[in-house]
Design a protein. Sequence first.
Length: 322
Amino acid sequence: MADFAPVMIWRSGTDQLCDWFNLPWLSYTGRSMQDEVGHGWATGVHPEDIDRCLATYVGAFKAREPFSMEYRLRRHDGEYRWLLDNGKPFYRDDRFAGYWGSCIDVTAHRDAARAQRILVNELSHRVKNTLAVVQAMATQSFGEDRPVGASLETFESRLRALAGAHDLLVTYAWEDVALRNVVEATVAPHDPGHDRVTIDGPPLMLASATAVAIAMAVHELLTNAAKYGALAVGSGQVSLCWRFDPDLERVQITWKETGGRPVEPPAHLGFGVRFIERVLAGQAGGEAAVTFEEDGVRCRFEAPARSWRHATENIRTPVSIG
């Protein structure tokens, strides 16, 4: 019956030595009964686990108590896998006769639990970052000298942009996302006719945190352009382009407005400029600068490429930054 059980089973005598293993155990280790009995089974335990394993076993044996422990055992293919080993004393005619134990492979369960912990920690980190951005938006939106209604409208607009960026990331399960997708999704509400904002550049992939930062930065530039810059007049145009320099291993993104109202540097820098120059640059480990040129605002952002694959002269292979 034990040989047909769906678990690995072992038995030890009153001398603490294992004297029998079922077929699932022998199949798992790829060793014979002769190899495993006595202390033979211990040779398959991971060197980092053997002392703890034996201490738990011997301590429980002396106290005649059940035990439960996890350790790594070498499988027949040479891979160390985590086992959950449960042992319990058994008796014959009320006399202690040794221990029975059963083991199951819990490697997949441990991997899943570790992945869940990583996910929870990452989620906590992202939530804190998002709340910090929302706090900064609220401070800037309501801290300026403008009517409450206008401040609320500005704040809601920034929240929608942030939510839109996160929606895009959810679609891609928080994996790397194409820069063009981020830009097009952010630009679409501001340029429904697709005739005011020109988008151009090779395929580039963004890390999730960088994608949110770039979406917010582009939103701030679009909002400013719609209120005061090129998009505030019918003839104004915006060029948003990017390129990858394989020699310098850097990515460059440029925003340039033309055909709008004459530009004068502001008396003080608003949330958008500070966000671009600090947060955007910080998220991607690069440099960003906004300049108020007479014919239109220019924003230039550079960052080192994290990785790329077979970048050609035309840069047709996706590159990951951030």
